[in-house]
Each structure stands twice: as C-alpha cells, then as structure tokens.
Write a protein that binds this ligand. Structure first.
Ligand SMILES: O=C1CCCN[C@@H]1CCCn1cnc2ccccc2c1=O
Length: 485
C-alpha cells in the first residue's frame, strides 16, 4: 500500500495505526487487543533483545522459562496488591468439553509462579544472589483502548527477578537495570527518557519502591512509562517464605528486585520518529539499514547496473551493515522509493546509468530527505557516517521536541493551562498522596486525569519556601505530572 491517508499532526491514532500496518510491522487480529507481530517488528525486538541479553549476562543473570499457568490459590497469595489487578487476569476454565476442577490463570506477571521455587532453591547465603530472567509473553485482559505495541492484551517482555542477601545489593541492581533501559531507549530507539522514582500511589503496590524511565509523546501530550525496575524489599520474601541462613547461621529474609521492558518500546519509537511518509527507523534498530534500488534506463546496460547493485549490497554486508536490494521487476523505482520510505529504512541507494559511468552511487537519507552522491570507493565509510548521523539526529530532534514540551509551573492555574496545552509538567509537590488523589479528581475528564509520572532523579533547585502547586503546603520535590497512556 503506498502513501498515507492520515497525517501525524491530524488524527494521530489513525496515523499511528496506518504506519504500523503499512510498514508491515503489525497485522490486526480478530480478537480485540491482540495483534500479529510481523518480521519488521520482530526483527527490531530481536535486535533489542540481543543488546539487553548480552548486558544482563555481564550482570550474571541466568535464563529461565517458567510455566504460562498459575493456580488460583497461588495467584491469590499476594492478594493485597493483586485485588487492583484482578479484573485483568485471564482464566482457563475448561479443556475440551470438560470443566477443569479448579480454574487456572494465565500469567499476567510471574512473581507468584516463580517465588515458591525461589523459596525452595534458596537455603543458604551461598545460594545468593539468585538472578533469573525470562523472555516470554504475558496476558492482561485490559479494557481501555487497545493500541498496537502500546497497550495489548498479550505482549512480549523480559522479566528479571533477583534475590540478594542485602538491601544494598538490591538497590544497586535496580539502578544498573534502569540504566540499561535508558540505553535501550536513548541509544537504540533514539527516544529521550527521564529516570525517576514513582510515587507511593503509582508504584508497584507489592514492592518497596519503583523506579522507571518515562517517555513523552508530544502529539498527544501524554507521558508513557518506558520500563520499570522495582525494589521489592522483603515483602515477597515474607509472603513466600524466601529465607537464607547467613554466614553466622542466622535465618534472614532475602531482598528482591523485579524489572521489565516490553514490546511497548517499539510503539514509542514509532510514535516518536514516524512522519507523514510512514515509519522512520533509527539505524541501530533498522532490520535493513540500506536498501539498494536499480534505476534502469531504456537502453542502458541493465546487466551492469544489476551487477553494481549486487556488489554494493555485498560490500556493505561484508562490513557489518544490514543492506539489501529490491530486485522486483514488477515495481517501478518510484514505487520502491515510497515502499521503503514507508518501512522507514534509513538509507536508500539508487544506482542508474550515470552513477555507473561516474563510479558513484546516489544516497538518500530517510530522516531529512538529503541526497548525496558518493564515490563507490568511499562507500562503506560514507554509509557508516550517514547512519551514525541519522541515529544522532533522530535522538537530538526528539530530545528538542520533548524538552520544548516541558513546562515548569508553580500554581494550579498554570498547571491546568499546561495540561490543556499538552505539556509535560514539572511542578513542586508536597509529596502527599492525598494531594495526588485530589489532582486526579480535579482533572478527571474524557482525556483522562493527570497523574504523577515520576520524580526525576535530576532535581532542579528547590528554593526555600517554594509551595506545592496543588496544596499550597511546603514543596518537597519537583515531579513530572501529566496525562499518560
Ligand atoms: O512490573 C513488573 C516487572 C516485572 C515483574 N512484575 C512486576 C510488577 C507487575 C505488576 N502487575 C501488573 N499487572 C498485573 C495484572 C494482573 C495481575 C498482577 C499484575 C501485577 O502484579
């Protein structure tokens, strides 16, 4: 399908849906909230996985795979925080025509699946630290508007679950993993994120504290959680009796973390960089970084042109660049240009008779449309420079756009104005949960209420006497507020 019916600055939801389908990342499925992930999406997921897996291996994580199913009584074990999520749990009640004795839940997350076995496997301090990661799917039967990658009833993620003898070790790992999530977003997806801590109300209720990387979508003026890294404290150790005998022979509870990022990260990248011609891929995650297209001329030497395209692809692949060519006879060069622009391929190389004669190739950049003629002799070097430039430009542009959306406010009126102007709000807050609830109540509406997104680790100066924008009480911190996904 060529050309986009929707504009990014028009109907954003329709634009987004069209981009993920026309770029061949997503196929819609006949169950609401479920989507088919096609190769153009899975190859991106696999590139991110390759980086993340290598990094957590350095942190001594071990790969596991736990069952998809969990019994009702085990799932209810963490009932205190589960009741908030209960409506999202999907249950298996039958096999064939016969009812199951007891319903079995499909994992929405794996704490209750894993932790009874952590309790069995951890006996002594010598069994610590325990470091478990699994790549899997989870199911959460949500009812709010499903969106490919961003909010689906089944999604792919990695979930890390670790156990340590001391809180210090757990605290350290929480931040090590958060830094990996920042790198995934900023270094690979070219999406700027803010590291911070969730409020007591927004944190994972079963844990001690939650840190997250928060992104922002300027077009909708909504914050979006990119990934989370929780310190669970000893809460689950208590619930699941996960204890160890320390060096002095004294039995203690372990300190645990859990952390995840999901296929939502791909959707955030699409929303951030896409334009009215379709997807725009950061080179680091582009399944094809360079697409070579022959521009045959009526009586030109098509064999020579084909040969030049072959050798161009070969040379690039030999130097570790993901290059391919579109040799389909039944499509025109112009059609191919639009097709690969829709798919967001960072560089296009055109080779026609005059390029051949001049021993050069024409390179077209997807992000800004720049065209450059490069001597074949400098091909690899030039392509590497251009890919690196595109990666940097995409991040810089996204960062400038996000920063332009940030609005520092001090009063309630400024807050509501900023909210209606689709801003990412930075406000002084007294850090009281009642006030957070009050802001939610006062900003209710069909666009959704405002909430705290995170308290950024990077805190601006908070002058003595600064008051909370909502309560007028002494402010304790600067927090990001806004509507969110
Ligand atoms: O974020 C993470 C990181 C990975 C491991 N799990 C934690 C916390 C998950 C919180 N959560 C989120 N949705 C749920 C939905 C249904 C039942 C339970 C839950 C639930 O516990």
């Amino acid at each position: 399908k060529l050309g986009m019916a929707y504009k990014k600055d028009g109907n954003f939801g329709e634009w987004y849906s069209e981009v993920v389908v026309n770029s061949e990342m997503i196929e819609y499925y006949d169950i609401s909230g479920c989507y088919i992930l096609r190769p153009w999406a899975m190859e991106i997921w696999e590139l991110l996985k390759e980086f993340f897996d290598a990094e957590i291996k350095k942190l001594k994580l071990k790969p596991y795979y736990f069952p998809l199913f969990v019994t009702e009584n085990v799932l209810q074990k963490e009932k205190d925080h589960i009741e908030g999520f209960a409506p999202e749990v999907a249950w298996v009640t039958k096999s064939g025509k016969s009812e199951l004795e007891a319903p079995i839940a499909i994992r929405p997350t794996s704490e209750t699946v894993m932790y009874p076995y952590f309790s069995k496997w951890i006996r002594s301090h010598r069994d610590l630290p325990l470091r478990c990661n699994q790549w899997c799917n989870v199911v959460r039967w949500e009812f709010s508007n499903p969106t490919p990658f961003i909010r689906s009833r089944e999604f792919l993620w990695q979930e890390g679950h670790t156990a340590f003898a001391t809180k210090e070790e757990a605290d350290e790992e929480v931040l090590q993993i958060l830094e990996l999530y920042r790198r995934i977003y900023e270094e690979f997806l070219a999406v700027p994120v803010s590291k911070g801590r969730k409020s007591e109300m927004e944190k994972f209720a079963g844990g001690l504290y939650t840190t997250s990387v928060e992104a922002f979508i300027p077009n909708t003026g909504r914050g979006i959680q990119g990934a989370t890294s929780h310190c669970l404290g000893q809460n689950f150790a208590k619930m699941f009796d996960i204890t160890f005998e320390n060096e002095k022979g004294v039995r203690e509870m372990v300190w645990q973390n859990s952390w995840a990022y999901t296929t939502r990260s791909i959707g955030v990248m699409v929303m951030t960089h896409g334009d009215d011609k379709g997807l725009v891929l950061p080179p680091k995650v582009a399944p094809i970084q360079v697409i070579v297209i022959a521009v045959p001329y009526k009586d030109a030497d098509t064999t020579a042109i084909k040969g030049a395209c072959e050798s161009t692809v070969y040379t690039l692949n030999q130097s570790g660049i993901r290059a391919d060519q579109d040799t389909r006879e039944n499509y025109s060069p112009g059609w191919k240009y639009s097709h690969w622009e829709m798919k967001g391929v960072p560089l296009r190389i055109e080779i026609g008779p005059k390029d051949l004669a001049n021993k050069q190739v024409r390179i077209v950049c997807r992000d800004n449309g720049a065209k450059v003629d490069i001597p074949v002799t400098n091909l690899v070097e030039e392509v590497k420079v251009l890919l690196d430039e595109i990666q940097k430009n995409l991040f810089k542009t996204a960062q400038e756009k996000r920063d332009a959306c940030v609005q520092v406010i001090k009063t309630w009126d400024e807050f509501t104005t900023a909210l209606n102007n689709k801003r990412l709000i930075l406000a002084p807050w007294c850090d009281e949960e009642e006030v957070e609830k009050d802001v939610k109540a006062r900003t209710k509406g069909e666009l959704g209420a405002a909430k705290t997104l995170c308290t950024p680790f990077e805190q601006p100066e908070l002058p003595e006497g600064t008051l909370c924008f909502a309560s007028g009480k002494p402010a304790k911190k600067w927090s990001f507020w806004g509507r969110s996904y």
